[in-house]
Design a protein around this ligand. Sequence first.
Ligand SMILES: Nc1nc2c(c(=O)[nH]1)N[C@H]1C(S)=C(S)[C@@H](COP(=O)(O)OP(=O)(O)OC[C@H]3O[C@@H](n4cnc5c(N)ncnc54)[C@H](O)[C@@H]3O)O[C@H]1N2
Ligand code: MOO
Length: 621
Amino acid sequence: MERARMAAVNEAREILLESAPPRPKVERIATRKARGRITAEPVRARLSMPSYPASAMDGIAVRSGRTQTATPETPVSLIEGTDFVWINTGDPLPEWTDAVIMVERVHIRGEREVAVTDPAIPFQHVRQIGEDVAAGETLLMARVRIRPVDQASLLAGGVREVPVLTRPRVTIIPTGKELVPPEIDPARGEIIEFNSTLLAETLQEWGAETRHGGIVPDDPDQIRRAVETALEWSDLVIVNAGSSKGSQDFVPAVLQKMGHLLVHGVAARPGKPTALAVVEGKPVLGLPGYPVSAHLSLEWFAKPWMEAWQGQETPSGESITARLAEPVKTRVGAEDHLRVRVVATPDGGWEALPLFRGAGATFSLSQADGWLRVPAETGEWKRGHEVSVRLSRPSSVIRRRLWIAGGDDPALDVLVSAWSEAIGRPVARQATGEQEAVNRWRNGLCVGIVLETDAGGPCPALPDGWDDQPATVVPLGEREWGWWVQKGNPHGITGVSDWRRSDLRWILPPRGYGSRLFLERLAARAGIPVPDACCEIASCLKAAAAVSGGTAHAAWGIRTDLPPSDCWFLPDTRRSLYLLLSPAVAKATEGQVLLALLRDEKVRTALMNEGLELSMTAGRD
Ligand SMILES: Nc1nc2c(c(=O)[nH]1)N[C@H]1C(S)=C(S)[C@@H](COP(=O)(O)OP(=O)(O)OC[C@H]3O[C@@H](n4cnc5c(N)ncnc54)[C@H](O)[C@@H]3O)O[C@H]1N2
Ligand code: MOO
């Protein structure tokens, strides 16, 4: 097989557009169904609007000349039928009249007689024929994306059908023997097939018509047949997964045989194993299987191709300038695309927090606020470096969002969600270590932090707020902490004393987290070193899931009913949770609403169902 070149993303995009240029056709469709479609040619009005001289006000239609001498001192008397007729907004003007006087300025004199005290100007309050739209006027130019206001003006001009570009037809073929449709719960070794939904819905947002080509196993003949079938209907075909170097990755070779493989591999992470081909003059994109890689690759190649089809850009997210909350390290030689969460800073700026980089992390795509592109030649950016972030959510939504930082506790999602609903503002929770939470608080990057202490112990030290006032401390309640082990506790784990054993793997909270500091103190007291964690995980649900899958024998976490049923919880200790609210927010309505929610029976029950044993004083000052 001839080896296709590894190309820079920009270069690969140009090769694709040159080798498989889009060929849109024209169709006429009902104006009423044309929202979002692109005009194929200029569209002219067929009719004038209004099509007759119409009254713009409720009142009387008159001959303006009859009213010229009217003043408050010398009113002019008018007789119905001869000098005026009553008329309503939108009514046609009788031919012998040329002006309308509003009813508020008309003085009733008798049953058929009125008086006016101001002269009417010719054509006052009269909408002329074609005043809005004149027949023959160009209402829309070619290559305009039709909006509801455009549909209205087309219909006003009598244009019931409009010539538009056909929508590009795209078939998506997911490949992989491990894939099962989303309707089926996967068995071990199976994966829910969700990429085709991600790709199809995104393409539809950009204006494509999509079809699902059905899940195809990793078999060159079946992939080839699926592509052949798809090409009969489609303008563009996407084959998803099987584009890398595994023993089952047949897509590039199949495309090479069917047509011309233009590019295999782009200098970008994620998204590297992208294959671009032309078959029967149509583009066929082999997108990587990982969802983040597929999502990015779709943006790099399918989007510009669709933009070329439509002759215009697809509306896309804003770009902002943010400071990095952490240093970023990447390998030079390929551009990197990082998902980031964005936090508004008190000085009106933005901070960007890079998220987990795994290309399989679908959830982080949904959590992210935007993308950070690190150029191929950049290896490192320091904390505080100014970067450009392309947002995937409106900046106005991000700016209004309130943050709570601190250890991970799924019960808090109940509270945060109820709070967000009650105040009509987005609220987000960020799992961080204790020190990091306090730092974020001091820098005004969060309105509250959650800290834990020994049950019954004193309140946590009160860090000063960034406005140097003490925090409002809200005791939330107690939590049972312990070890998540495999069902039946086959390794007879009892707790910290087992840290001496060499046959066990442990998942511990990350360094600096309150729960980790607690374990470190426990170990020091018992004179045992903290073991090397096989992994450090902040989320107790993720930690328990990893234990159930056999990654580790035990994970430290809180009791909750949510983890997988094939895990057991061994209770160990009780810890208290405190919410520290910023002085400004505690005093404001937002804070008062939060305290009221903590007294609300429904919210209290929901929190207790999540395993948080609420303090009697939670929410009371
Ligand atoms: N030895 C190497 N291994 C890998 C390389 C490499 O260069 N050398 N590249 C890695 C990179 S980078 C990527 S990205 C992946 C992409 O590989 P494929 O395109 O061959 O995709 P698969 O291996 O078939 O799948 C990856 C992953 O994604 C899941 N998947 C696939 N399709 C779907 C779908 N429709 N919905 C949901 N999830 C899907 C699949 O089950 C796998 O878990 O290769 C690396 N390997
Ligand atoms: O390039 Mo792959 O797309 O990182 O995961």
